[in-house]
Design a protein around this ligand. Sequence first.
Ligand SMILES: [Zn+2]
Length: 279
Amino acid sequence: MTRFAFNAALLLACLIASPPADALPRHQAVPGGVAVIELPATGAARPQVSFRDRPVMVIAENERWFAVVGIPLSMAPGPASLSIDNPDGSALPLTFVIGNIDYPEQRLTIGNKRQVDPTAEDLERIAGDRREINRAFRSWDREPVDTAFHLPAIGPRSSAFGLRRFFNEQPRSPHSGVDIAAPDKSAVVAPAAGVVVATGDYFFNGNTVLIHHGQGLVTMYCHLSEIDVQDGERLDAGDPIGKIGQTGRVTGPHLHWSLSLNQVRVNPELFLVEPIPAQ
Ligand SMILES: [Zn+2]
């Protein structure tokens, strides 16, 4: 083998062994954020990790293993513990610290009063929607995951993740996703490869698509005017899934984009390789 060929082979081996640095989401260990924690494990077998009794995503980078943990918005700052679950049934705790974050308030006026104070019939429908959406959020497999996400829609950020919300001056749940103010009927695309795990027309979310990207990483696209995929469909990054709209509880056309990890909603922007432009 010539020296050049040897170097080329070595370079190729390095490229295969070392995924790009942006393969891991950004570490932001706060309520509503993501903790990226290196595991004290080597070898080819993917370690099994759980957090609050739910399986946690584990990805490899540079021949090291990292747990990628979604932290609930409702969790208090302070010490928290992961569990590394060994095949022999023993478990090793791994502690990390959840930091502080102050999410701003947002006050919105909704013209359709039923969307702020739903009727008994609406509440029944809302409960059914929630069951279906939570079933999609519980999706799980042990496949490798592409966590380098591209923008699902082109437009400025109109509402950040985590805002403490008041609808018609009444306190409601914090904003569990990020809003992108893309033009009505413009394209919404898959930010990474995945499988469609639910589609539906929901009371608050309107026309919605949920995609499982692997290992419990699930994304949700709401308020669409049109859904262009079906349950079970396999998607590549950039594949169209629907069109921007204003179905459900909205004040105008936009995409509400949520990201769920170990069944908790966290800031999707931590997974983006390019930022959402500020408004
Ligand atoms: Zn939203």
